[in-house]
Write a new protein. Sequence first.
Length: 232
Amino acid sequence: MLKVNELHTGYGKKPVLFGPSLEISKGKIVAIIGPNGAGKSTILKAICGLIPVWDGKITFEDSCINDSTPAKNVKRGITFCPQGNRVFDELSVNENLQIGGIYLKKKELAGRIDDVLQLFPMLKDRLKQNAGTLSGGEQQMLALGRALIPRPKLLLLDEPSLGLSPNLISTAFERIQQVNRERGTAILIVEQKVRKVLKICHKVYGIKLGKVVFDGQPEQIRHDERLRQIFL
Ligand SMILES: Nc1ncnc2c1ncn2[C@@H]1O[C@H](COP(=O)(O)OP(=O)(O)OP(=O)(O)O)[C@@H](O)[C@H]1O
Ligand SMILES: [Mg+2]
């Protein structure tokens, strides 16, 4: 479904990614792990079109999307839930969800918002509340819900567990698995909670200093002392 081939990019003149290649097939959950500053978020930003590709090739469903924009990618079926509580603070929960469906017809949008509220019932009673007044965990759920409104084929998730209590992390991961299972949404997820993400992913890439240093099955990391030391 998505192929990233020898990706080079960075910020200004500073290179950050030095040719990582990765792949995600339809309906799978693939994790990207690695230390702070390794370039994990940068990979997701390049895929969704927020930063330019300097060299290499990103292919989605057999089309090259190197020069695509985030808006075009949403229409193709790729949405991005960025790191940190990226909601529109001054807008209500409902308005935040509506923004997720900016390319949908009004009729369709209402149904999509209902779907998201079923997945995250805690948002139901807060539809009129300003998103900035939600707790960190609720904001995270809202951001995830907003990314799901377009019913993406591929969801890019950047550290969905950030700032959540252990209980909420488990809930968030259950929801992510549920979306994958029930809708067949492919999910490329960056996570620092490595042990937790290894339990739900089908495949994992380890990134260090802008390069892939490991790719394989989650069990391989759990059972290899050297890999455990690097990534766990
Ligand atoms: N907007 C930016 N402008 C300049 N440099 C940036 C920018 N965003 C990231 N960088 C740099 O790019 C490198 C990789 O950053 P990135 O955010 O991809 O790391 P990461 O693996 O997601 O780390 P973390 O686990 O801390 O989120 C870092 O050295 C960072 O300082
Ligand atoms: Mg990051």
